[in-house]
Design a binder for this molecule. Structure first.
Ligand code: SF4
Ligand code: SF4
Length: 81
């Protein structure tokens, strides 16, 4: 069998935000990404939002775990159960 050094990961590429309200531009995802796959890009009003380079992303989901807005939503959902 040939050696396979590629990381096997079937996770999807994360969607960091769908609406601008879901991202405060804190850069935590950008800072934690182990592959420098995230860049912060300014919108037309000068607010920076993260963009993932799919070629660099290894789908580790660390950016999703560190996001304070996603964490806040998880907490609210957990409290509602
Ligand atoms: S899933 Fe991992 S590699 Fe991909 S953008 Fe997020 S932190 Fe970076
Ligand atoms: S960690 Fe979350 S809120 Fe912060 S920039 Fe990334 S997606 Fe936006």
């Amino acid at each position: 069998m040939e050696p396979n050094n590629k990381i096997q990961n079937t996770n999807p590429i994360p969607i960091l935000y769908e609406r601008k309200e879901d991202c405060c531009g804190c850069t935590a995802c950008y800072a934690i990404c182990p592959r420098q796959a995230i860049s912060m890009e300014d919108d037309l009003e000068g607010f920076a939002y993260p963009h993932i380079d799919a070629e660099k992303c290894i789908r580790c989901q660390m950016c999703m775990k560190v996001c304070p807005i996603k964490e806040a939503k998880r907490s609210v959902t957990a409290r509602q159960r």
